[in-house]
Design a protein around this ligand. Structure first.
Ligand SMILES: [Zn+2]
Ligand SMILES: [Zn+2]
Length: 662
């Protein structure tokens, strides 16, 4: 069915998709398989025999030879990436793909390659999503996200995936495909683009958000970003990637149907099924069902909400709650939400307009998103509703709505500044109703509750209860996840995007749906997942992990630095300065001791004197033992001092002995 048809009668399709899904689900659980994969494989003309060792050698040599003659990467990529536009051309695209498949068939005949899938992030964690798909000499990437540092990562701004495997194979990467514009899917791009520079394919809003990011990092010029509409297919090496419209808490999110020589792999990205979305249409379940009918090799779905029963709720529900809270309110209204939730912001603006209020926007990411999404037509702001923050004081307080960043209590955010009286234009008082329309991302609970406390202390009315329909999740709950499996009926099931327990829960859900346990794989980052038409297994590993970004330094902060920072934060620091003669190694003057974060000096004079005594004794004992090299002396001072301090204070500050040679 072409997307054209699907827009014609949404209602019927919604229904039929649901019916289809249910009947399929019923079919599946009673043990009925879709199509015989072997038959499909034969029909598609795939080489059935296994590769012999000789074959492998041959193809390796051939691949090497090809690599040698390959033109420079960028121009090659540009030439290879042929977007096939719009529904009318779909058939042509399929035919072209078939022709291409025939052409490559003769080459592929030599050996049956395996499809490799390597998650470099997003498994065993929420964040830094990056998945590698590899077949023969072609690689494509799905998403390139960042993670957030945990409490132990002192001073770390951003966490990105380890991409050494991609750097080693940079010339084989045919494209980076983005599912949507959330930070955990695009946030690492500015850092990764400094090492590899594949063409980037994304829908319009996602591309717009990536561009803002790259502009900030002064990398926009060198990036090759191509905008793709849902329904289009992009060819990249031996892969064809179809963009499928899906619902999420940000507009323009897509799932991918990645067509590989072994079959179609569906990578859902973050998704939910919203039958009454605020903007755009319901997820293209019909297309997913169609792909399921044609045979899906593997499904790699979002596992975030697998622990939650039922269906995920519609974004519209939040709008209804705003309506109640805005109606008859005689206070100034301040709302915070995730800046990327364009539909939520649109709803806030709509209800503000409905009740005759002006809207001020504050916080950099909120301003950015408003600019990009109105420019690209994802948000429609009624005329004369927006007012700049500089002029907002000229509007009566009870006629305004302020939309602000800070739903996670972030220290630099506008809401945080308001709460702690550091915001230029907004002072919080009893005339304010503050609405927190978000849930805390795990790990942020403490920071947000601090802000809420402060707002209450200033007299504001704060409405923040999650159970109050102030927020709905953007991720599919159990019933929707089942629906995805029912529609796509994959042979193999590899859950993505979740902490370890979620991945296992998702695996169980798939087993309950009738997927063979042997065909389900819970993997981990860095593991190489190998797929053939009839097997899935892990085979080997590539480097994977967390690269920490601190300021402009990427990867300079490693575990040693972090350990030091933790040590400093927990125990403080003592610097011992010893002035020694360069000629005979004798002590020239009494040692000096400087402490930071250890004890308050004035109250610890005794301790200071004792520490100096320990230092002098250590130096003297070195002299007696004819130990003259500086590093041994430093080592001795350090160990004696830390021994003394632990014995007397039960603390282990970091000790830095410094020798000044005169
Ligand atoms: Zn997301
Ligand atoms: Zn995500």
């Amino acid at each position: 069915m072409s997307p054209k048809q699907s827009t014609k009668s949404k209602e019927t399709i919604k229904e039929s998709a649901l019916e289809q899904a249910i009947s399929k689900a019923v079919g599946r659980t009673s043990g009925a398989r879709g199509k015989d994969p072997a038959a499909v494989k034969a029909a598609a003309g795939k080489p059935a025999r296994r590769a012999s060792a000789a074959d492998k050698k041959e193809s390796k040599a051939a691949a090497k030879a090809e690599e040698k003659t390959a033109r420079p990467r960028q121009s090659k990529n540009a030439a290879k990436a042929v977007p096939t536009a719009a529904p009318e051309q779909e058939n042509a695209a399929v035919k072209a793909a078939e022709r291409q498949a025939k052409k490559t068939k003769s080459k592929a005949k030599a050996v049956q390659e395996k499809l490799k899938i390597i998650p470099l992030g997003g498994l065993g964690e929420i964040g830094k999503n990056l998945t590698v798909y590899e077949y023969g000499k072609d690689i494509i990437l799905v998403d390139c996200g960042m993670g957030f540092p945990d409490d132990e990562m002192y001073g770390v701004d951003v966490v990105i995936p380890d991409i050494s495997y991609l750097e080693e194979n940079a010339e084989r990467i045919r494209g980076l495909f983005l599912t949507h514009g959330h930070e955990d899917h695009i946030g690492a791009i500015p850092y990764v683009l400094r090492k590899i520079n594949p063409p980037i394919y994304a829908t319009r809003l996602t591309a717009g958000l990536v561009k803002i990011k790259l502009e900030e990092h002064k990398l926009l010029k060198q990036a090759q970003i191509q905008t793709v509409e849902a329904g289009m297919t992009i060819k990249a090496g031996c892969f064809s990637v179809e963009f499928i419209h899906i619902n999420h808490s940000i507009a323009d999110a897509v799932s991918f149907a990645i067509k590989t020589p072994l079959g179609t792999v569906i990578h859902t990205g973050d998704f939910k099924i919203d039958v009454t979305p605020v903007s755009g249409t319901m997820a293209d379940l019909a297309r997913l069902g169609q792909l399921g009918n044609e045979w899906v090799l593997a499904l790699l779905p979002d596992s975030t909400n697998v622990e939650k029963p039922g269906h995920s709720e519609s974004e519209r529900k939040v709008g209804a709650r705003f309506d109640e809270l805005f109606k008859d309110c005689d206070k100034r209204i301040i709302v915070t939400t995730f800046a990327s939730n364009v539909d939520r912001i649109q709803q806030i603006i709509n209800y503000a307009a409905k009740y005759g209020r002006k809207v001020g926007i504050t916080g950099r990411s909120m301003e950015n998103i408003l600019r990009v999404s109105t420019e690209l037509g994802y948000m429609k702001v009624p005329e004369d509703v927006l007012v700049s923050m500089d002029r907002i004081k000229s509007v009566p307080k009870n006629r305004t709505v302020i939309i602000t960043t800070g739903s996670q209590g972030e220290e630099m955010s506008a809401l945080h500044r308001m709460a702690f009286s550091e915001h230029k234009q907004v002072d919080i008082d009893a005339g304010d109703r503050v609405i927190i329309s978000a849930s805390a991302i795990p790990g942020n609970e403490l920071t947000i509750t601090k802000v809420i406390d402060e707002l209450f202390a200033k007299g504001a009315e704060v409405i923040y209860n999650r159970a109050d329909n102030l927020h709905v999740s953007g991720h599919a709950c159990q019933e929707d996840l089942k629906m995805m499996i029912a529609l796509t009926r994959p042979k193999f099931f590899i859950p993505l995007h979740g902490e370890t327990r979620m991945l296992h829960q998702h695996a169980k859900l798939a087993r309950d749906m009738g997927i063979e346990p042997a065909n389900i794989l819970v993997s981990a980052i860095g593991h190489i997942i190998e797929l053939t038409a009839d097997s899935v297994k892990e085979n080997g590993e590539v480097p994977a992990g967390r690269i920490l970004v601190d300021g402009s330094g990427i990867g300079e902060v490693g575990s040693v630095v972090l350990h030091d920072r933790k040590h400093l934060a927990d125990e403080g620091m003592i610097v011992v300065i010893m002035t020694m003669s360069g000629e005979d190694g004798s002590m020239v003057s009494a040692p000096e001791i400087i402490t930071r974060g250890f004890v308050y000096l004035k109250e610890a004079e005794n301790l200071m004197e004792e520490m100096k005594r320990v230092v002098v004794e250590s130096i003297v004992s070195c002299e007696n033992q004819r130990i003259t090299d500086w590093s041994s002396i430093k080592g001795k001072v350090k160990s004696n001092l830390s021994g003394y301090l632990y014995k007397n204070t039960r603390r282990s500050p970091m000790i830095l002995p410094v020798i000044i040679e005169v």
